[in-house]
Design a protein around this ligand. Structure first.
Ligand SMILES: Nc1ncnc2c1ncn2[C@@H]1O[C@H](COP(=O)(O)OP(=O)(O)OP(=O)(O)O)[C@@H](O)[C@H]1O
Ligand SMILES: [Mg+2]
Length: 224
């Protein structure tokens, strides 16, 4: 079982969006996926509730958990044959975000090309380093058809000392629109540029966390 936290100190960077799109891609790939929402905003849980009303959509398990229950939840998931756990963490300096990163083997840090965001990247990178966790930055909200955000981000992350994912997510309204119905961009507009980059993101992510190797594809045990 792979356990990945999605975290950045700064709010509104795409943590929950990244969590939902990766969870959906992993579920579509046939993996048993659990999303643990440790954010009291419960945005991932809200998305799941809207998603339950859709017909024939693969539904990753999504639960709100407090930091106190996190390690028990992870033990249960492991023994139930879960392949991938994604932990969606809250913004700000919180014990939940720290617990989420501590429980994970890798921290994905979504950010955009903005000074406040880079300060958040630096703080979360430091947290991951203190916890002895690998971390990777994922540039989000880049302007479509422009390379300048990516170039700046790569320079800044080099200074911070954080590796950056090769796949960039650009700003596309379909992410917001999909959220209204509990869907993801790749489901609402499967032929879109947004869907293409999510496909590339999943390919990169699953290779990076070696999902193909450790995964036990679709066990039937219930994660209750
Ligand atoms: N690439 C993108 N293009 C357009 N909109 C996006 C993109 N990524 C995220 N969004 C939108 O930006 C908003 C913030 O994203 P999201 O909720 O994922 O951020 P977050 O980091 O989880 O926020 P919080 O810190 O409050 O938990 C949402 O409305 C989401 O739909
Ligand atoms: Mg969120």
């Amino acid at each position: 079982m792979r356990t990945i936290a999605i975290s950045i100190n700064k709010g509104g960077q795409g943590k929950t969006t990244l969590t939902k799109t990766l969870a959906t891609a992993a579920t579509q790939a046939g993996l048993n996926v659990l999303v643990l929402d440790v954010d009291t905003q419960q945005n991932a849980v809200g998305w799941k509730k809207r998603r339950e009303k859709q017909q024939n959509k693969p539904l990753p398990l999504i639960r709100f958990v407090t930091e106190q229950d996190l390690s028990d939840e992870l033990k249960r998931a492991e023994s139930a044959g879960c392949d991938l756990v994604l932990i969606d963490t809250p913004p700000g300096r919180s014990s939940e975000a720290m617990a989420g990163c501590e429980a994970a083997e890798l921290v994905l840090i979504p950010f955009w090309n903005d000074q406040d965001s880079y300060e958040g990247v630096a703080k979360t990178t430091l947290l991951a380093r203190r916890l002895g966790k690998e971390a990777i930055g994922v540039l989000n909200f880049a302007t479509p058809n422009s390379k300048s955000h990516e170039e700046t981000a790569r320079e800044v992350l080099k200074v911070i000392g954080l590796p950056m994912a090769p796949v960039i997510l650009h700003r596309y309204d379909v992410h917001r629109l999909a959220n209204v119905k509990g869907l993801t961009a790749q489901e609402v507009e499967p032929e879109s540029s947004a869907a293409e980059e999510i496909k590339a993101l999943w390919k990169w992510f699953s290779a990076t966390v070696q999902m193909g190797k450790g995964a036990t594809v679709h066990k039937v045990k219930e994660m209750v």
